[in-house]
Design a protein around this ligand. Structure first.
Ligand SMILES: *[C@@H]1O[C@H](CO)[C@@H](O)[C@H](O)[C@H]1NC(C)=O
Ligand SMILES: *[C@@H]1O[C@H](CO)[C@@H](O)[C@H](O)[C@H]1NC(C)=O
Ligand SMILES: *[C@@H]1O[C@H](CO)[C@@H](O)[C@H](O)[C@H]1NC(C)=O
Ligand SMILES: *[C@@H]1O[C@H](CO)[C@@H](O)[C@H](O)[C@H]1NC(C)=O
Ligand SMILES: *[C@@H]1O[C@H](CO)[C@@H](O)[C@H](O)[C@H]1NC(C)=O
Length: 458
């Protein structure tokens, strides 16, 4: 009895010492909470271990989510000044940028979609905009990496089906090749808008306008600014009348932020302001739970508890892009900041879990759950949960740091407007040697690569 009581008491002490204390508005408190959550996040990463591959998260996390995580860590550094993770971030992005500087790593070919590349590209863009330490000169540079992606996407834009747009997948052999979706086109739009603002090159702005208009024309952005998931290509005639109407938080977020960047780039044009306002309304009315104090939720799957690994990270991106919107369209700050603050408080209350490794390897009592609407830890852990909560807490600092720079206002990253996929996989006949080097084991996949060639060339 006595021993048990003592142990229980120790456990309780440990718990109360570890739980995340967060005093919103107190910068030190926010930074300390963010630091604790970031520590738990990075503990999932193994890519810097000897023998592992820099940039990769272990299973079950896909390649793109690692890109999203490093993008989050760049913002973490920009907001908090804590450079603990800069070294692994530089190592990861330059490694996955590959020696060609094109975010087309051969190891990922079997699942490489335009959106997957996009999350790495947005990390590189954030690095340029925040003057994140530049990589050594012989490595791919942040701005050039984003420009390379822009150029790849522009060359993959396809008018023959759906009247335009990017397909989800790059290669014919991947599921989703016949689907044009909002996140792929959203990544293209978001980076085009940011390149326009950063470089002042109007070609990027023209593309941003074209992508947004296509989204509207095909119905993926509704007249009341709701963003739908994607359209299926009718292979027989190239029309696209079958739509997945689902609304995911990251789709609205990525267009909201890109529109805010365009608003800024055009010195406050009314057309982009209308779009920012519309999408902000769409986000508020869709992804904030009116039955739970208007706390953010992933409305399609969170109530039922069936969000998959990918979906369990989306709230973090909506948070990121809402915060970024307040920088690009400062008039939105008063509307957005209170939402961010309420989410931060709610998310911190969900960061009190103590599951044993491998579910969580951070400090006991600080694991973050998925739901922010319950006031406590819901037992769900992972990179998404941890990254969402880190975002919720750290982006409350957004009004306290300088806005992203441009080439004219102190940006130092070296660009290359003509950078593109140096050796797009499939652009040349794939040899047996290539297949072995790329780790392909079945000839079926090898044949698929050759088939992918036809699309890329045509
Ligand atoms: C990997 O990076 C983390 C975070 O910076 C660090 O704590 C850890 O020691 C690194 N691992 C190795 C093997 O260097
Ligand atoms: C591809 O996989 C090999 C073998 O695991 C690894 O050595 C290499 O670093 C990987 N390349 C990239 C860009 O991830
Ligand atoms: C925005 O303002 C800047 C500085 O006054 C000017 O150089 C630029 O041309 C303007 N852009 C637009 C689209 O009006
Ligand atoms: C564009 O962003 C900058 C940086 O936040 C801000 O100072 C400026 O007011 C913004 N422009 C407009 C039109 O809101
Ligand atoms: C502007 O961007 C386009 C598209 O990438 C590129 O072709 C052009 O060379 C760029 N212009 C300048 C002046 O950099």
């Amino acid at each position: 009895m006595r021993l048990l009581g003592f142990t229980a008491c120790l456990a309780m002490l440990a718990r109360s010492a570890a739980a995340i204390e967060l005093v919103i508005g107190n910068e030190d408190s926010v930074k300390a909470a963010a630091s604790t959550i970031a520590f738990g996040l990075v503990k999932y990463y193994t890519g810097n271990n000897t023998g592992d591959t820099p940039g990769n998260l272990p299973d079950p996390y896909f390649w793109w989510e690692a890109g999203a995580m490093f993008g989050t860590l760049i913002d973490y550094w920009a907001l908090s000044g804590d450079d603990s993770y800069n070294a692994i971030t530089i190592q990861a992005i330059t490694h996955q940028g590959t020696e060609n500087g094109d975010f087309m790593p051969r190891n990922q070919t079997r699942t490489l979609g335009n959106d997957d590349q996009g999350f790495w590209g947005m990390a590189a863009m954030s690095a340029a905009e925040n003057n994140f330490p530049n990589p050594p000169a012989d490595q791919p540079q942040w701005l050039a990496l984003a420009q390379s992606l822009f150029n790849q996407w522009a060359s993959r834009w396809e008018d023959a089906t759906c009247g335009g747009g990017l397909r989800w997948q790059i290669f014919t052999f991947n599921n989703g090749f016949n689907y044009k979706n909002s996140i792929s086109n959203g990544c293209f739009f978001n980076i085009a808008a940011r390149l326009a603002r950063y470089t002042g090159n109007e070609t990027y702005a023209e593309w941003a306008t074209k992508i947004f208009t296509w989204q509207e024309t095909v119905g993926l952005i509704s007249p009341d600014h709701h963003v739908r998931d994607g359209v299926h290509i009718n292979i027989a005639d190239g029309t696209c009348n079958s739509m997945d109407q689902n609304e995911w938080s990251y789709n609205t977020g990525i267009f909201l932020h890109g529109a805010a960047v365009m608003y800024n780039h055009t010195n406050g044009s009314s057309i982009w302001r209308t779009r920012v306002d519309g999408m902000l309304d769409g986000a508020r009315s869709t992804f904030f739970d009116p039955e739970a104090n208007n706390i953010m939720f992933e409305q399609l799957c969170e109530p039922s508890g069936f969000c998959n690994n990918d979906q369990r990270s989306f709230k973090g991106y909506l948070t990121r892009w809402m915060a970024g919107t307040t920088q690009m369209a400062p008039y939105t700050f008063d509307a957005i900041h209170p939402l961010l603050v309420a989410d931060a408080a709610a998310a911190a209350k969900a960061c009190v879990g103590s599951p044993a490794p491998p579910a969580f390897k951070g400090h006991a009592g600080t694991a973050c759950g998925f739901r922010w609407t319950t006031g406590t830890f819901d037992g769900s852990t992972g990179v998404g949960e941890q990254m969402n909560a880190l975002s919720a807490v750290m982006y409350t600092l957004v009004g306290k740091v300088a806005a992203p720079v441009t080439a004219d206002t102190g940006g130092t990253s070296k660009g290359n407007p003509n950078a593109k996929a140096h050796e797009e996989i499939g652009e040349k006949p794939i040899t047996i040697g290539d297949r072995v080097a790329a780790g392909f084991v079945t000839s079926a996949i090898g044949l698929g690569v050759v088939a992918g060639c036809a699309f890329v060339i045509s």
